[in-house]
Design a binder for this molecule. Sequence first.
Ligand SMILES: C[S@@+](CC[C@H](N)C(=O)[O-])C[C@H]1O[C@@H](n2cnc3c(N)ncnc32)[C@H](O)[C@@H]1O
Length: 129
Amino acid sequence: MCDFLESNRAEVKRFWRNEEDAFHLSHYFEFISGLESNHSAKEIEARTRDSIAGVHFCDVTRWRPTGGIFNDDDSEIAQKADVIITSLVFDVVAVDQKAFAAVLANVRYVHQSLPTPVVVMFVELSGAI
Ligand SMILES: C[S@@+](CC[C@H](N)C(=O)[O-])C[C@H]1O[C@@H](n2cnc3c(N)ncnc32)[C@H](O)[C@@H]1O
């Protein structure tokens, strides 16, 4: 799991480690449990926590010749990933179509090294891009 902001990564780490002061995400898991009627919210929460392999810095605007989207010491991250999922990031970061295409190109370097390259992207369709 990757994010640009240290504060967001810290929050995810608190959830991952199941710390007492972690933000309560239970309402999200209750919602998903309603969709997956054969799994309880607790099961889905545990499954989510277990599927996090690490929490890392990334900057999707960073072009490969200047180091790529990860820091150098995070170069093994792509090896841990089964799939790239971005949710409300590209459309937040990119201010126009050119920037959107550049962000996609940056992420494509990671995508290419996945064993089975898949990118799932959630974007706001009513936005300006
Ligand atoms: C609108 S939030 C979406 C959060 C979450 N993915 C979701 O779907 O609820 C946008 C996220 O993009 C991250 N972000 C902003 N600039 C970024 C960048 N250059 N590279 C990677 N992530 C970035 C922010 O830190 C924030 O977590």
